[in-house]
Design a protein around this ligand. Structure first.
Ligand code: ZN
Length: 365
């Protein structure tokens, strides 16, 4: 089972939780965000050797007051004024771009909630029942998200999506996935327990919605606003450890790296587990999850056979050409599998899907 880290609500400059005053639920941190908060993400990604997903909220990155044209994106409606200076945005955008191999910018939100007649309701893409917002409004929000990415030279539209406030409908032909597909989204993660339409999903951890892999984020119980949380006893059971920006930060930004250190240790401990593997990136996680759930493996004497027929039958999209197994054996392993790590009797073997049907082990046990 893979483990991918997904961090929501990255991109706010003010941390203030405005949920009680017609403003967005931001990160809840008791200070403004700063460069050190972005450096924390990058440092964590390096320490766990993973391209971390960051679900970005981009209204504070608006330039030319562009959001005034789409009043449902913010609490200020047509009176929107860009809150952050261009110099500051340029500076942080540069740092993000220099470190893009360590982080994947994901679609989370423009303003996170939805304003009708300047009145805020949750949330941006779907209402509190998980019913998608008006289609034209959703498209306008997606278009402006893309425009703000371009304004800040943050690259093309993302391929991964995390629904704001996890208000989301799976399937039924009328969820936001029907639109997101045309924008190039190829991966959605959200807690299935809170997702409308989740009953149709046949696999415990994933389904395909309008051609888009949709993966269960689970719930690790870490409050979204908690800085420097205690995580030693937390268990990340499924393929995704979903957290919020405040969770990897310290209320004193100068101490961010102490919090990062705790997270790095925690995530890396999953790499040591026999039944877990740390995903390198989104599609490494997706591929590993699918093979973990649907590939059948059996032994005949000294040969391990793989059966991928369930995966082929389902026509699952966006799979990489390889996945990994962990194997414990005292036998020598022939070179069908590419051994990428060995510690004692334990091996991590990379399996090339198209080339390999079996691994042979030689010698006597
Ligand atoms: Zn959020």
């Amino acid at each position: 089972m893979p483990l991918l880290l997904v961090i929501d609500d990255v991109g706010w400059w003010s941390g203030e939780n405005g949920g009680h005053k017609n403003e967005p639920y931001r990160t809840g941190i008791n200070r403004d965000h700063c460069l050190a908060d972005y450096l924390a993400i990058i440092e964590l990604a390096k320490r766990i050797n993973m391209r971390i997903q960051i679900g970005m909220v981009l209204c504070d990155w608006s330039r030319n007051n562009i959001l005034a044209k789409i009043p449902s994106t913010t609490w200020l409606g047509t009176s929107w004024k860009d809150p952050v200076s261009i110099d500051k945005l340029d500076y942080v955008a540069n740092v993000l771009n220099e470190n893009r191999k360590h982080l994947e910018i994901c679609l989370h939100a423009v303003g996170h909630e939805f304003w009708e007649g300047n009145i805020m309701t949750r949330a941006e893409w779907a209402d509190s029942n998980g019913i998608m917002r008006d289609k034209e409004q959703v498209k306008a929000h997606l278009d402006v998200f893309r425009e703000i990415m371009h304004q800040n030279q943050l690259g093309d539209f993302p391929v991964s999506f995390i629904p704001a406030a996890f208000l989301h409908t799976f399937g039924e032909g009328n969820g936001v996935a029907t639109i997101l597909k045309d924008y190039g989204i190829r991966f959605i993660s959200t807690p299935f327990e809170r997702m409308k339409g989740a009953k149709q999903i046949q696999n415990k951890y994933f389904g395909i919605d309008n051609g888009i892999p949709t993966v269960d984020r689970g719930d690790n119980g870490i409050p979204w606003f908690e800085t420097n949380p205690s995580i030693a006893d937390k268990i990340f059971e499924g393929p995704i450890c979903g957290i919020h920006w405040a969770n990897i930060l310290h209320s004193d930004a100068e101490q961010n790296m102490n919090t990062v250190e705790l997270w790095a240790e925690k995530i890396n401990s999953y790499g040591q587990m026999f039944d877990r593997i740390i995903a390198k990136d989104t599609f490494d996680c997706w591929t590993q999850l699918v093979y973990h759930c649907l590939a059948d493996i059996h032994f005949v004497d000294d040969t391990m056979f793989f059966d991928f027929s369930k995966i082929k039958k389902m026509g699952i999209p966006f799979l990489n050409d390889s996945f990994h197994i962990k194997l414990e054996t005292t036998k020598k392993i022939n070179d069908y599998g590419n051994i990428i790590e060995r510690s004692g009797n334990r091996y991590i073997i990379k399996i090339e899907v198209e080339k390999t049907n079996s691994i042979k082990m030689a010698g006597k046990s």
